[in-house]
Ligand binder design. Structure first.
Ligand SMILES: Nc1ncnc2c1ncn2[C@@H]1O[C@H](COP(=O)(O)OP(=O)(O)OP(=O)(O)O)[C@@H](O)[C@H]1O
Ligand SMILES: [Mg+2]
Length: 260
């Protein structure tokens, strides 16, 4: 039983902590759960996509990813922020696509197109047997996907992990990129240890909304950048590789003219 005194007169530390909690809560509400987004979430709940949103797994510049609960399981819900979205991370070609699709420069409509794009790309990857969260649906700026984790605990990114078998993981990753480029015909375009989850000992691609078709003229440049980042990362783990060696294992991508 808590002491009555303690309840009535919280310590300074408790009051500060309470205020912090309140601020965090308000920040989440302001940044992600504005009124239209809450309406969207309630429609997704009505559709049976999930029953409740539990907590943020991550909050970033462009959005937040939340764990959601469903009877008997979990889902990951990505809420794209409408207010402060920065489109700078997108390759120019993707931004052009979004503008074309949204039919306007309106920020909200661009963001909706971006969420839909990530859903479409996840579907293509899943169809090509590339390890990624299975997409379950989207509405406006909210994307619902498979929760990658175990017993409700989200999987860590490669960045946060101590990799036990870097060589094996490297081989698996190269195979996954190969499938992505040749079977799904897509180049991720923002590959880094932050956008790869390690789950059941294997990599899972996330954050795929900026991916572009491998036949696109910008694709080989983006692939070169992706592998350079990863070769550096695995090099630090003692894997003997280079961007060139990685590209060689992945195999050349078809150029736009070959694809046409
Ligand atoms: N399907 C998922 N299951 C579990 N965790 C996930 C899932 N998708 C994303 N996450 C977690 O959320 C984080 C952010 O996801 P993602 O990179 O897609 O969002 P983002 O808005 O682009 O964020 P950032 O700006 O930080 O890259 C990931 O690093 C990962 O920890
Ligand atoms: Mg990310």
């Amino acid at each position: 039983m808590p002491d009555m005194e303690e309840l009535l007169y919280p310590t300074k530390k408790e009051r500060v902590e309470d205020r912090r909690k309140e601020q965090r809560h308000r920040k989440l509400q302001d940044e992600f759960f504005d009124h239209p987004t809450l309406t969207t979430i309630s429609r997704l709940i009505t559709q049976g996509q999930f029953e409740s949103i539990d907590y943020p797994i991550s909050t970033g510049k462009e959005g937040g990813v939340f764990r959601a609960t469903l009877p008997g399981g979990f889902r990951a819900v990505k809420v794209y922020r409408i207010g402060n979205t920065i489109f700078k991370r997108l390759p120019p070609a993707v931004l052009e696509d979004l503008i074309r699709e949204a039919g306007a420069h309106q920020r909200a409509r661009l963001v909706f197109a971006w969420a839909r794009r990530e859903h479409t790309i996840l579907r293509k990857l899943a169809a090509a047997q590339v390890r990624c969260p299975e997409p379950y649906g989207y509405l406006r700026n909210v994307l619902v996907m498979e929760f990658i984790g175990t017993d409700g605990v989200p999987a860590a990114t490669l960045q946060e992990m101590v990799v036990e078998d870097p060589g094996g993981l490297y081989e698996e990753l190269v195979e996954q990129i190969r499938r992505m480029v040749h079977n799904a015909e897509l180049v991720h375009g923002d590959l880094s240890p932050y956008n790869l989850l390690l789950w059941e000992g294997k990599p899972v691609f996330i954050d795929v909304g900026q991916s572009i078709p491998s036949a696109h003229p910008e694709a080989s440049g983006l692939l070169a950048r992706d592998v350079a980042t990863l070769a550096k990362f695995f090099g630090r783990w003692g894997v003997d590789t280079s961007p060139e060696a990685m590209l060689e294992s992945i195999g050349p991508i078809r150029s736009a003219s070959e694809a046409a």
